[in-house]
Design a protein around this ligand. Structure first.
Ligand SMILES: Nc1nc2c(ncn2[C@@H]2O[C@H](COP(=O)(O)OP(=O)(O)OP(=O)(O)O)[C@@H](O)[C@H]2O)c(=O)[nH]1
Ligand SMILES: [Mg+2]
Length: 334
């Protein structure tokens, strides 16, 4: 599971040279700093969960312990099925005497959560030239913002050149917003005439990306159409059109899920992944929610890895998802 950008991005030349962002730099001190920030970002979820962990695992164990723990995890949006899996495993190990004491139980709880949060490798392969990344998601979940942040990190952390294509053509404001992010992140930008077909813009963006020789092309898509069926049909079409320009593309389809919407995010991920194969989730707005456990529900129930997390509205507020750190930050471990 990627712990930093150099592990998230797979490059033809091997590990990338680190960019200038010290906070993302390697080394133990850098890692501790990042973990501290993650804990702060997730303080709402953590406060809710760590109090319950202390009130249960550090006291005498009985049926109520496990019920209370289950309730706490469900409140944090870990999801009923995934919660049941975690708690029954923990209960079994505790009852068999394999685990004794609050510390050991908490440590094991974190391990169980991290294992579930890590259903697959979770890397992003950037070896295709250009690599085409399509970003999908319900309106307002953070597609455009994530694209801006990702474009910036691709440049800063991996030295990649990036082009972004505005295939969300239904709102003029959406195109301008993406253009603004392209400027901020130093990416090339492709738009179509007003009300153009989104597929045509995606096609043009990939074509232009190839002509310019950029490393990565990122395609923004619409989050809202007249009906959900229209939205899904449009997304499938954009994907098909991209493949016409470049046979293996899109190489990566990312789905943005707004962590504050809790279980709704799980349903969205289900719906999108039935339309286009989703390679990874970007879990956004983790900074403002007590429902961070949704990462576990999505990974546990759909088997789709969370690859990145959004922890704010600025360019640098995107991080690779580290399942171990995430589980530790959720439960409140140091
Ligand atoms: N706090 C916080 N806000 C975020 C994050 N990601 C996105 N946002 C905010 O969420 C709002 C919606 O983000 P957009 O990027 O416009 O979402 P979108 O999916 O492109 O929306 P549509 O284009 O309408 O489909 C904006 O105000 C963003 O600043 C995040 O990680 N944390
Ligand atoms: Mg948008």
């Amino acid at each position: 599971m990627p712990r930093d950008w150099s592990e998230l991005f797979i490059l033809a030349e091997g590990a990338p040279a680190m960019g200038s962002d010290e906070r993302d730099g390697g080394g133990e001190a850098g890692r501790r700093g990042l973990f501290r920030r993650l804990r702060e970002n997730m303080s709402k979820t953590r406060q809710a969960l760590s109090a319950e962990v202390h009130a249960t695992l550090f006291e005498d164990l009985d049926d109520e312990t496990w019920e209370r723990l289950e309730e706490a995890l469900i409140m944090a949006d870990v999801g009923a099925a995934t919660t049941a899996k975690i708690v029954s495993a923990l209960e079994q190990e505790a009852t068999s005497g394999a685990l004794v004491g609050g510390q050991a139980l908490t440590g094991r709880l974190i391990e169980l959560m991290a294992d579930i949060a890590r259903p697959a490798e979770g890397t992003i392969d950037l070896r295709a030239e250009p690599t085409v990344i399509m970003v999908a998601g319900v309106n307002g979940t953070g597609k455009t913002t994530t694209i801006g942040k990702l474009a910036w990190h691709l440049r800063e952390q991996a030295g990649r050149t990036v082009l972004v294509g505005a295939a969300d053509t239904f709102r003029a404001a959406a195109v301008e917003q993406l253009e603004e992010w392209a400027k901020r992140s130093g990416a090339e930008f492709v738009r179509g005439p007003e009300n153009t077909d989104p597929g045509a813009v995606a096609f043009e963006a990939v074509k232009r990306g190839r002509e310019l020789g950029v490393d990565v092309v990122i395609i923004d898509t619409a989050g809202r159409l007249h009906t959900q069926d229209d939205l899904m049909a449009e997304l499938a079409k954009v994907k098909r059109v991209i493949a016409k320009q470049l046979p293996d593309a899109p190489h990566e389809t990312l789905l943005t899920v707004d962590a504050t919407t809790g279980q709704n995010g799980l349903r969205q991920a289900q719906m999108f992944s039935q339309t286009v194969p989703v390679d990874g989730i970007v879990l956004t707005k983790l900074d403002g929610t007590a429902k961070g456990g949704i990462a576990l529900a999505i990974a546990g129930e759909l088997g789709i890895p969370v690859k990145m997390i959004g922890i704010g509205e600025a360019l640098e507020d995107l991080r690779p998802f580290d399942a171990d750190d995430f589980a530790r930050a959720l439960v409140g471990a140091e």
